[in-house]
Design a protein around this ligand. Structure first.
Ligand code: SF4
Length: 501
């Protein structure tokens, strides 16, 4: 095989949509191109050995925030043991600020931005000459109807065992400064009939779990409705073999026609990821995020009361201008709306995003190593940020896991942020850990903490016991079970998730 396309996915269940796009668009080179995926955590030497088995002339790597460190080691080793192999990089992590990155220094070529057209062109030049003069090639952005769709490249194995990422559009018209999609300035739709044809084929092959990576699914309501109708038709035709669809939506845009369609989805078939990020209007304005907070809250409430959609709502801690109190207010406001999960993320400095323009004014200090998390701001010092990081981790374990559904209201009381922060601080003081806490130990600790807060010991144990016995977990909605079965994005790195394609 002459050309290898490779990446290290965050988990086995993530099938790389980006690599499949490249393969689908290789033209006459497609027959000599092979796709080989790995999962982070694999031994570098093993990855290199498996790549070289194919005796490639060119290896193209997809580089993302979650794999850049390991991919750098893979490329460094390749350059030692097989320097003749031409290394081409692409992906969001290397598309901005490339000069300062070691992986770019090690590689032969880099394609920034979209690779669908430019990567195959570069391969042709490398194979047939003349040798490309430039190391860095800006990816051309062709009209979407000139890009071959990749969905036929999902194997039967992928369909059976992995999350199928699909996209009806690329780009985002909004400008939230922490997000790479803010650089797009607009959204481009794929031809909807062709796209629905691809979904039809995937469904006919047995695909049931579809995760849309469109940045804002509800931008164009006419298209959203047609896509939703596709799924409603499938559900009507085969209620015993249901499909499950996941969409990212902006919260303040839910016209009645869309609500009508949403209302028709039965339990266990629809999930929304909703970015709130911050309820603080000053912070929103600082980071150029346009959001009608009241409308957003009304829509989340409506979804909870009138639909079966499972709701994951994102908040980001550490944004410029946000202090602990204002974050706490936003958190409490969101808890009151009762989404099924609150994805509590810590701000990351994604390469290329304009958020750094606030560095001086707001004292932003980011970790220099991936995923470049915020360490401190002028309003949240390092120690307080560490407490927030632990809060996020324990929130996942206790709240988002659904394992303490009966107990959670007692933990949160009438001051959810403050009370959960107290639990978080207490858990850390008693375990010195945020990972690898066995469930039985966690349950005992939660009961002990409730006791320390004045709840009768036996009552606390009985309450936690009702969860621990599995009652609450069993009561979780079908949607969540389906989603968890094929869950692609358990990690609360919502910003990074925007790069998943
Ligand atoms: S956060 Fe969402 S709405 Fe804002 S720019 Fe990114 S994708 Fe668009």
């Amino acid at each position: 095989m002459t050309i290898l396309l490779s990446t290290l996915n965050a988990r086995y269940t993530h099938a790389s949509l980006g690599l499949r796009y490249l393969l689908a668009n290789m033209g006459e080179l497609r027959d000599i191109t092979l796709l080989q995926e790995f999962v982070i955590g694999a031994k570098t030497a093993d990855v290199v050995e498996r790549l070289l088995v194919h005796r490639p002339r060119i290896i193209g790597f997809g580089v993302y925030i979650w794999n850049v460190e390991e991919t750098t080691r893979v490329v460094a080793l390749l350059k030692r043991v097989a320097p003749e192999v031409v290394i081409v990089l692409g992906g969001p992590e290397v598309s901005y600020e490339p000069q300062e990155q070691r992986i770019v220094q090690l590689a032969d070529y880099l394609v920034t931005g979209w690779g669908d057209v430019t990567f195959p062109q570069l391969c042709r030049q490398i194979l047939n000459g003349p040798k490309p003069l430039m190391k860095i090639h800006a990816g051309a952005q062709p009209p979407l109807d000139e890009i071959a769709m990749p969905y036929g490249l999902y194997s039967d194995q992928d369909i059976a065992h992995r999350t199928l990422y699909v996209e009806a559009s690329r780009g985002c018209p909004f400008k939230c400064e922490f997000c790479l999609s803010s650089l797009d300035k607009t959204a481009w739709p794929f031809d909807l009939d062709n796209f629905l044809g691809e979904l039809e084929s995937l469904h006919a092959r047995g695909a049931r779990l579809f995760k849309f990576v469109d940045r804002t699914f509800n931008l164009n309501i006419k298209s959203s409705l047609r896509i939703m109708q596709f799924f409603l038709d499938k559900l009507a035709a085969s209620p015993d073999d249901p499909v499950f669809a996941h969409f990212e939506v902006v919260p303040d845009h839910l016209p009645d026609a869309l609500k009508e369609a949403i209302r028709k989805f039965p339990p266990g078939t629809l999930q929304f990821e909703i970015g709130i990020q911050s309820f603080n209007p000053e912070v929103q304005s600082t980071i150029s995020r346009k959001q009608n907070n009241d409308k957003s809250a009304d829509n989340i409430r409506w979804l909870r009361e009138h639909s079966h959609a499972h709701l994951h709502v994102d908040l980001i801690a550490g944004l410029p201008g946000e202090d602990i109190d204002s974050f706490a207010q936003g958190f409490d406001r969101l808890v009151a709306l009762a989404p099924h999960e609150i994805q509590f993320g810590i701000l990351k400095r994604l390469r290329g995003t304009p958020i750094i323009r606030h560095t001086e004014a707001f004292g932003l200090v980011f970790d220099p190593y991936p995923p470049y998390s915020i360490l401190a701001t002028d309003r949240i010092d390092f120690a307080a940020m560490q407490r927030l990081v632990r809060f996020a981790r324990y929130w996942d374990l206790v709240a988002n896991s659904g394992r303490f559904a009966n107990t959670l209201p007692a933990i949160l009381g009438d001051a959810p942020f403050a009370n959960f922060m107290a639990l978080s601080d207490w858990l850390y003081a008693h375990t010195d850990a945020t990972h690898r806490i066995a469930l039985d130990k966690l349950a005992a600790l939660v009961a002990q903490w409730l006791g320390s807060r004045g709840m009768d010991g036996k009552e606390a144990e009985a309450l936690v016991g009702s969860d621990y016995a599995g009652q609450a977990h069993k009561a979780r909605p079908e949607t969540e079970k389906a989603e968890r079965k094929g869950k692609a994005d358990a990690a609360p790195q919502r910003q990074a998730r925007h790069l998943a394609a």
